[in-house]
Write a protein of this length. Structure first.
Ligand code: PBG
Length: 327
């Protein structure tokens, strides 16, 4: 059959119209989930130093940020809370008047069309900075489950449309599903941080969320970056426990994992383009070393091409603008 010179693959690259006709992957603002940090107070907009363009926002400013994102075509946000105070059991995580619960009620009223996803974890709320209850030098898996379940139910009660457990405790999805069902929230989906790696790329987030472990690390519960088969077992476990959407996190250094999860399972797959991935690109762009719009859209397209249906990204607003051809 045809080979060069009859066969010329460049024919399909000749014009923008042809290229767009044969484009295999299309990124749209509705693929993007925009993570946001909410703090107590009024008129607070605290820049997050390693994440240029990201802020800890008080509720009043958060509402305008979400409205702006919605106007750009972003359909959902992921909320992280900065509590007023921390303790060893992360009390504000499941307090009905906690920062996330207040935020959910206010956003539901002001911008009801936006899908509100909440991160369900204890690390922002504990004084030791671990994702669960600490006993000695270990995070106690089973003792943590009840608190995660309580947190998820309080989010659903306050208006969360989706809850996203990220603590990497075994059994957390089942515990949350049961608690949601028992409290009448049978329709609330769970987006499980299923394959979440112990990654250096969360560094900037921990500045943003003030959630660094005060001692030790997360290697006892988050995954070893060397493993992909284990990722499939994590995803399988979460699906068995009732996850509706499964997530791979981080995204860029784990594109192979995204592809394998996509091939093995039929659930929607989300990928988290994490803080460190954002910081790297922003830093290079700030130095003039990368063309920021092109590099950003290339990265997000690659994550989608790898198999992600949904992408959690701090670039969401910029990307939505650039997708429309705006500056
Ligand atoms: C909470 C949580 C983390 C991230 C999302 N949820 C931090 C961590 O596990 O240390 C990281 C997000 C990012 O880096 O953008 N457990």
């Amino acid at each position: 059959m045809a080979t060069f010179p009859q066969l010329r693959l460049r024919r399909l690259r000749a014009t923008e119209a042809i290229r767009s006709m044969v484009s295999e992957t299309r990124l749209s603002p509705s693929d993007l989930i925009y993570p946001l940090f909410v703090c107590h107070g009024r008129d607070v907009r605290t820049p997050i130093e390693p994440m240029p363009g990201c802020y800890q926002l008080s509720l009043d400013l958060l509402l305008s940020e979400i409205t702006e994102a919605a106007d750009l075509g972003i359909r959902s946000v992921l909320l992280f809370g900065i509590p007023a105070s921390k303790d060893d059991v992360g009390s504000e995580a499941y307090d009905t008047s906690g920062i996330i619960q207040e935020a959910l009620r206010a956003i539901k009223q002001a911008v009801p069309q936006v899908c509100l996803i909440t991160d369900v974890c204890l690390c922002e709320y504990t004084d030791h900075g671990h994702c669960g209850i600490v006993q000695g030098d270990r995070v106690d898996n089973d003792a943590t489950l009840e608190l995660l379940a309580r947190t998820a139910v309080s989010h659903a009660e306050a208006g969360a449309d989706v809850v996203a457990p990220s603590a990497m405790m075994d059994g957390q999805v089942a515990a949350i599903r049961t608690a949601l069902d028992n409290s009448g929230h049978t329709e609330t989906p769970i987006m499980a941080y299923a394959a979440k790696y112990a990654s250096a790329f969360y560094g900037p987030f921990r500045v943003a969320a003030e959630s660094s472990p005060q001692s030790g690390d997360r290697l006892g519960y988050q995954m070893d970056p060397a493993n992909w088969r284990m990722a499939l077992r994590e995803v399988e476990q979460d699906i068995r426990e009732g996850a509706d959407i499964v997530m791979v996190k981080p995204a860029l250094a784990y594109l192979d994992v995204i592809t394998r999860v996509r091939e093995r399972f039929d659930h929607p797959v989300a990928a988290y383009n994490v803080s460190g991935e954002y910081s790297m690109l922003k830093a290079a762009a700030a130095n003039g070393w990368l063309d920021e719009p092109r590099a950003t859209l290339e990265v997000l397209t690659a994550i989608k091409r790898a198999g992600a249906d949904l992408i959690l990204t701090y670039h969401a607003k910029d990307a939505a603008r650039w997708l429309k051809g705006e500056q």
